[in-house]
Design a protein around this ligand. Sequence first.
Ligand code: ZN
Length: 470
Amino acid sequence: MAHTGLTIQAANAWIDGAFRPAQVEVEGGVIARIGAPVHRRGPLIRVPDDAVLLPGLVDAHVHVNEPGRTEWEGFRSATLAAAAGGVTTIVDMPLNSIPPTTTVEALKIKRGAAAHSAYVDIGFWGGAVPGNLGALAPLHRAGVFGFKCFLSPSGVDEFGHLDQEQLIAAMTEIAALGSRLIVHAEDPALLGGDRALGADYAAFLQSRPPESEASAIATVIDGVRRTGCRTHILHLSDAGSLAAIRSAKAEGLPLTVETCPHYLTIAAEDIPAGAAAFKCCPPIREAANRDLLWEGVVDGSIDAIVSDHSPSTVELKTTGGGDFGLAWGGISGLQVGLSAVWTEARRRGIPLSALVPLFTAGPAAVAGLAGAGVLAEGAPAHLTVFGVDDSLPVDARRLRHRNPISAYDGRVLKGRIRRTWLHGDLVFDASEGGAGESPDFRGEPSGTLLSAATGEDARAQKLAETGAGR
Ligand code: ZN
């Protein structure tokens, strides 16, 4: 796609960690200049004063599932949902697709599936499973941003979990590579088995108690201390574990943690019987726990808010007729994350400025994504306009991800993404067709497949895969 020049003026642009008036000038897909209005490149766009100009959001935790379970989610539908949610960079999880991303060959297959369907930039996590320990180096060299492991069963047979000894082995190997480990931290010894639990949410919640997270996180912290491995705790639900995470950070351990919009915006007490759209692991906990998670957001203990977008078919979500033990665990929230969290933040008197880093530079740092999540000269021109007072009624059937099921269905959220630019190209415009069918999307997929290798390597890889340069 041709990159025409572009100038955007905003009274509230997120630059260097604060909102300020600015003119952002785009040339060749890159932010060429930020400052006072002197030069003009291409058409001038003025962001209305009731909206803010943000860097494109970064979501480092997305399960795309293609190939192999494309009926659950695919690159086209997932990246369209991302663009509509202001997200311009996602990092894809190594499991639920078939094959899982645990070998170089599997990564090639993934990238091939994504190459012509990416409406946003995509990076890839690799997997660390019992079968590839000791052989992670080739996958690291092939450009994955790090390695994911589970300490409890993952939910799919082809992606096994690590025991404590294997966890230390993985950490030792990954530390030596200079990569990073991201961990699904639940202790299987403290989890109820996968079995029928009925339609009452409380029974499911009891089957995955906070102690299961606390125990696994203690194991992870101990491993980081022993190996020095840069490690990230995925989707924290148990706020009680924040104390251990804070003290590990204070100790100087290379540890980060994320939570998800559903843990910050939904409470167990409010989940209706049989409403499997709300099932995820670890589970959404009680309102009192949610309040403590918010403390972690405000005091900086939590590094990132990411969707853990983990869809399946509606059939799998409703397996067992609303039995929380039998339904697929995973929430599809890629498109509405910022709006959902902002809605709850407003209720709590928390400013947008407290949230923006957790949706941008925070997750970019977690994944080691250079140039993503900032408005800065020389960075890719990924931008999004967020109408802070706009109303966003959520209708699952109108969201962009593949299967029409959402934990936010029927909610009316505050704040809405109006426009998104990727590499300087307008890829989403809510003013043209609202949340309806295609008219608000423009052009062909122009996302870049990112690689954690050097810039030259990444560029060469993209050219080879897409056969088209920029
Ligand atoms: Zn996940």
